[in-house]
Ligand binder design. Structure first.
Ligand code: LR7
Ligand code: MN
Length: 564
């Protein structure tokens, strides 16, 4: 017995020695490899032969001071014409960007009160910037802004993830730029060997990150004064807080850095069709405090999160392809599974908003739709019914893919229901069929229905009349809310000139958006003392109000009526 113990002990020691040696070897090799100066020198001189000329020429074209302070910049003559032309293909002025200094100085856009706060975070950030076929100068300006606006001791590293770009300047020239012009900074460039889409590209970046906090940025951003400190300080206070800065607009044509004022900012919402939207902050005191403000969702591209928390809470849905959906998925998940999402008004970062995506996706797949279907199936419980009214073809469609892992995650983390999220985090969200007097199709003379005439999200237009569809579709879905609004998701019927009826943004103050639906079937508009009518209204045209009278043109029957 004693002998046996002795042998086992010896065996253990041997194993330990081997492990120790292996670890030492790995470290030694890694260290040695990193420090091998000749190898880097060789690479630099190899690249220099090919790119130094190009880079010098490129740098010589930069016009000092152009775009300083975030002022709009303009080019002249041929450059101006070429710049305008580039907007059509790249959705941003590439000629101007190439002329503007890569390290341009911006004004401090913050509310003056932010300067009174002092932050002294101990955490370090890994800034992860992913890109696919972006303009080199725009990417470099993003990197420079991070370097210039971040104190050294807070920046662990910058991780660039190239999602297998095909444009030439993002290849050798970018390598060469980093190895020469940025050699004093800790920058890692990860090249993906195939196009993975932005969700998986971000995951690859997160996998190699070593900082305490991950900060994700789009590759066409510019950080401003003290952008990082309040984010890190808040995470230090609460590891479960996921934070977004105020995202200012960098104009795609002039690169003007524009803010919506020092105090005005919005937070994230969503539409039932599965899109991110901006919404006003509900509580007045939240606007004033300049402290972190609750945000039901985030836009997705710019945020800070504790690195361990990122993995614990389920990182991303790796089966999401291309672009879109991951932002709402992460937002709902964070709230439902015990985290919080906040906008930090004293942190501001600009983002170039483009009119269209200058890139396409393999197979032209509707990745936004598919990704959103994945998230609604996992996180939204029965409320997914609304999304599928917008996207009926995606319901139960195998293109959505397997959801087992994400559903398991929801169970494992014991996440709360979507109803909890709506009640507690986003109580201002209008739910089309809850707490309403009536909803569904509103029929007049059996065959005609209220119809938004394909208004489209965010647009105003007449409240129309159309032949009823055999099934309830979103264009004919209306509700009479508990406040007496005749409404869609965000649009309310309102009387203009005492006669025509328009759908405009709901203001919540009753007035000319106030209606009453009587049990006799009339929809009455108190402030004009008139009733909604189809008299002399052609299908496809806007509805009217007229003096209330006994008339079948004024009678409406909703699919569902809640008798209270
Ligand atoms: O296949 C791709 N691979 C990539 O690496 C496609 C894109 N990308 C990169 C791209 O180069 C860019 O750096 O991913 C980043 C985001 O792509 P954008 O800039 O074309 O997206 P966007 O700004 O139009 O879209 C917003 O919504 C997306 C949904 O998937 C992402 O979450 C974006 O990060 C997000 N951007 C923001 O939140 C910035 C504020 C905009 C608003 C509102
Ligand atoms: Mn973007």
């Amino acid at each position: 017995m004693l002998m046996k113990c002795g042998r086992i002990k010896k065996l253990y020691i041997r194993i330990l020695v081997v492990i120790f040696f292996a670890i030492w070897l790995i470290f030694y090799l890694k260290f040695f490899k990193l420090k091998l100066p000749t190898e880097i020198e060789e690479k630099v001189s190899r690249l220099a032969a090919k790119y130094e000329g190009t880079l010098e020429e490129y740098e010589s074209k930069i016009i000092p001071g152009l775009g300083d302070d975030g002022e709009p910049a303009f080019l002249e003559g041929e450059d101006q014409a070429k710049g305008d032309e580039s907007l059509k293909t790249f959705a941003l002025n590439t000629v101007l960007s190439d002329r503007m200094p890569l390290n341009r100085k911006l004004r401090d856009p913050r509310n003056p009160r932010c300067k009174e706060f002092s932050y002294n975070p101990k955490l370090k950030a890994s800034v992860i910037i992913i890109f696919y076929n972006e303009l080199l100068s725009v990417v470099l300006r993003t990197i420079w802004s991070v370097i210039l606006q971040t104190p050294n001791h807070l920046l662990q590293e910058i991780i660039l993830v190239d999602d297998c770009s095909t444009t030439e300047p993002l290849k050798g020239l970018l390598d060469y730029y980093i190895l020469t012009r940025l050699k004093n900074y800790n920058i890692r460039l990860v090249r993906l060997s195939s196009r993975m889409g932005l969700i998986r590209a971000r995951l690859q970046g997160a996998r190699v990150a070593t900082g305490d906090v991950l900060v994700f940025l789009d590759s066409h951003c510019e950080a401003t004064t003290q952008w990082l400190e309040p984010l890190l300080a808040r995470i230090e206070e609460d590891k479960t807080a996921v934070l977004v800065p105020i995202i200012d607009v960098i104009e795609a044509n002039t690169f003007a850095y524009s803010t919506n004022g020092e105090t005005n900012f919005q937070v994230g919402g969503f539409s039932w069709s599965g899109h991110f939207t901006w919404i006003d902050i509900q509580k007045e005191e939240d606007k004033e405090s300049m402290g972190p403000v609750r945000s039901p969702t985030m836009a997705g591209g710019l945020f800070a999160i504790d690195r361990n928390f990122f993995w614990d809470i389920g990182s991303y849905d790796e089966q999401m392809d291309g672009w879109g959906g991951e932002n709402l998925e992460m937002s709902f998940r964070i709230w439902q599974c015990g985290g919080k999402l906040e906008t930090v008004p004293c942190s501001r970062v600009g983002h170039v908003f483009r009119d269209f995506h200058p890139y396409s996706f393999p197979d032209n797949k509707d990745t936004h739709g598919i990704n959103t279907a994945r998230l609604v199936d996992v996180w939204m419980d029965d409320y997914k019914r609304f999304f599928y009214m917008f996207e009926p073809l995606l319901e139960n469609n195998p293109v959505i893919g397997d959801l087992t892992h994400r559903k398991q995650l929801r169970q494992k983390l014991r996440c709360k229901s979507f109803k909890w999220y709506l009640d507690n985090i986003y109580p201002e969200k209008f739910i089309l069929d809850e707490n309403v007097f009536a909803y569904g199709q509103a029929r007049n003379r059996k065959e005609y229905c209220l119809d938004d005439l394909q208004l489209g999200e965010g647009k105003m237009g007449p409240l129309g009349l159309y032949v009823c569809h055999p099934n309830l579709a979103m264009s004919q879905y209306f509700s009479i809310s508990s406040k007496g609004e005749l409404r869609k998701e965000n649009f309310c019927a309102e009387v203009h000139n005492e006669r025509t009826v328009q759908l405009t943004e709901c203001h919540g103050h009753k007035k000319n958006q106030y209606w009453r639906y009587f049990t006799n079937g009339t929809i009455y508009h108190p402030s004009t003392n008139k009733c909604l009518t189809t008299f002399e209204v052609e299908p496809g045209k806007g509805l009217l109000v007229e003096k209330c009278k006994k008339s079948r043109y004024q009678l409406w029957e909703f699919t569902y009526v809640n008798h209270t």
